[in-house]
Design a protein around this ligand. Structure first.
Ligand SMILES: [Fe+2]
Ligand SMILES: [Fe+2]
Length: 341
């Protein structure tokens, strides 16, 4: 059983299971060896120290081992850390690694139902068919751990390693959040915004993340993710899916129509420009209204989730969050609805 750190108080002695995310042997000022670890569990990551470390103990576990720990919750520089008293490595065969990864508050079946319903709402027949064929695809090019289909990986993948939606189910939760915002905004500008294109772009904008991340045991970048990134990985998936459609039912002479080709071109532009600027790794800046709106909805949904996660992780009752390096600010935590006159 993974430990819920939020329910453990500072100074409390506890026992629980964690996955080892990082391990390093260091020497303290008194010359003694200590283990400097980063441990993971459902409620997040936490640093841990093993004082007076023996080589035997240090060598008894590896990165990604699941260990049962007895220890005390301590605090260092305002951050919680664990002081380990005893550590035992568990047999990998008995472990369900999902128990040690943070996950969305929405169930996979809830996310799946919401995805199917928003796909169903796409009016453009070609874009709807493209969405269905991408999510039904069982064949993902790439590394060996991509053994499941696109839909299953999309529902499980994180949207990031840090910052926003950095948990299992995060990619689907984020993509659905962006699609919902996109749909509302499209409704505000009838005749100006193509809702089918914008919603399709919203659902697919980060689809490359199913290859960019590995999330079997821990959440990390895959080799494809580090070398290519989700813009280009997503671009490739969508382009291939569109070409396959062109070779099937949509055309008698095995090619897409002019309108279908133009639709794919504009959709691919949405994928390549959704981060908005070159300094945010977008190969292109948004050059259509739908691309601009996708970027704004993506940014809004990611930042709202980042604020939410900071609020949830902050100490109850405090006015300010700790300084957040990624957002480069403190977050003010006082909620108007919680103040009573
Ligand atoms: Fe992205
Ligand atoms: Fe995104």
């Amino acid at each position: 059983m993974s430990l819920d750190l939020k329910k453990t108080g500072v100074g409390e002695v506890f026992s629980g299971c964690f996955i080892v995310l990082q391990k390093e042997k260091k020497t303290a000022k008194n010359g003694r060896l200590f283990g400097d670890l980063l441990l993971g569990c459902k409620s997040g990551d936490i640093p841990a120290k093993i004082w007076d470390l023996s080589d035997d103990l240090f060598n008894s576990f590896d990165k990604e081992s699941v260990v049962e720990i007895t220890g005390k919750l301590d605090e260092f520089m305002g951050r919680p850390q664990i002081i380990v008293n005893s550590l035992k490595t568990l047999n990998a065969d008995d472990i369900d690694y999902e128990d040690f990864l943070p996950s969305s508050k929405y169930s996979f079946s809830d996310l799946k139902d919401r995805l199917l319903s928003i796909i169903d709402s796409v009016e453009d027949v070609f874009l709807k068919r493209l969405l269905v064929s991408i999510f039904n695809d069982s064949d993902i090019p790439g590394s060996a751990d991509m053994s499941t289909g696109v839909l299953e990986r999309f529902l499980k993948a994180p949207a990031a390693k840090n910052f926003h939606h950095a948990y299992l189910g995060g990619l689907a939760e984020h993509s659905l959040g962006v699609a919902k915002l996109a749909s509302v905004i499209a409704g505000n500008y009838p005749g100006v915004v193509n809702r089918s294109l914008l919603v399709t772009g919203a659902l697919l904008h980060d689809i490359g993340k199913i290859q960019e991340f590995s999330f079997l045991r821990t959440i990390d970048y895959s080799t494809e993710g580090r070398l290519i990134g989700h813009h280009v990985l997503g671009y490739e998936m969508i382009k291939q899916a569109a070409e396959k459609l062109g070779n099937n039912e949509f055309s008698e002479d095995n090619t897409l129509t002019d309108l279908q080709r133009e639709t794919v071109l504009q959709l691919l532009h949405l994928i390549l420009s959704h981060h908005g600027s070159y300094e945010h790794q977008s190969p292109k800046k948004p050059k259509t209204i739908e691309a601009l709106l996708l970027h704004l909805c993506d940014d809004a949904d990611a930042k709202i989730n980042a604020f939410q996660l900071i609020e949830e992780a902050s100490e109850k009752g405090s006015e300010w969050s700790p300084y957040n390096r990624l957002l480069e600010r403190f977050i003010y935590l006082k909620k108007l609805d919680e103040i009573t006159d």
